[in-house]
Design a protein. Structure first.
Length: 218
């Protein structure tokens, strides 16, 4: 029996703790060995690089369970080579967990991408959003042809995910895995808050052949 959902306005530390107890009870009723199995270790086949937005939880929108998806999230699912947090997650995922898929998933309606489209100062996050403005600059010819503001917003969300996937495959971490024959694919996806559906942007890389010469390492 599913626990009653708490209205957002009524959420507190106490309700969160009670919710945890209700969830544990529900899981044990479903499978008495659930937590014994879960605590034995993890072998997730997927690394998910997504946005920190509270409306885009990787497990729920992919209908997967704890232990199925290794997750890294940041504002606007940005992938840059100077982010040691992301690189540490990527290295562990590829070299220890041996994931088979790395998914960079953006989402339409992303507040970070929208802020990057404007000129209003937000705070220290402005420095982070500079990475998305760089994506715009790289695709400025295409972006300037899009006159509808919403379509332009959506396209930048897509391009940010695509460039994020490219930055993943350009890392020495992924390229070294490919050079040893490790099975690994990198994908770019976008999630829609309006429909709940994920769009595959048809950008998938699975070998060193997909890396441009400029970024190849040896």
């Amino acid at each position: 029996m599913c626990a009653k959902k708490i209205a957002t306005k009524d959420i507190s530390c106490e309700t969160l703790l009670q919710g945890n107890k209700d969830w544990v009870e529900e899981m044990i009723q479903t499978d008495p060995e659930y937590f014994n199995i879960l605590s034995a270790g993890q072998t997730p086949p997927v690394l998910w690089i997504g946005c920190s937005d509270s409306r885009v939880p990787a497990n729920q929108i992919t209908n997967t369970m704890p232990g199925d998806v290794f997750v890294h999230r940041n504002i606007a699912n940005v992938v840059v080579h100077t982010d040691m947090n992301l690189l540490s997650v990527l290295d562990y995922s590829v070299n220890v967990l041996k994931v088979k898929h790395i998914i960079v998933c953006g989402h339409y309606g992303c507040g970070g991408v929208k802020a990057a489209l404007g000129n209003k100062q937000v705070g220290i996050i402005d420095n982070w959003l500079r990475n998305i403005r760089d994506v715009y600059r790289m695709h400025d010819r295409e972006m300037e042809t899009i006159k509808d503001p919403e379509l332009k917003f959506d396209r930048l969300v897509e391009l940010n995910a695509i460039e994020g996937a490219a930055n993943v495959m350009n890392t020495s971490i992924v390229q070294n895995a490919w050079s040893t024959g490790q099975e690994l694919s990198v994908h770019a996806w976008v999630y829609s808050l309006k429909t709940g559906l994920i769009k595959d942007l048809k950008v998938t890389s699975s070998s060193l052949d997909d890396v441009t010469p400029t970024f190849k390492v040896s």
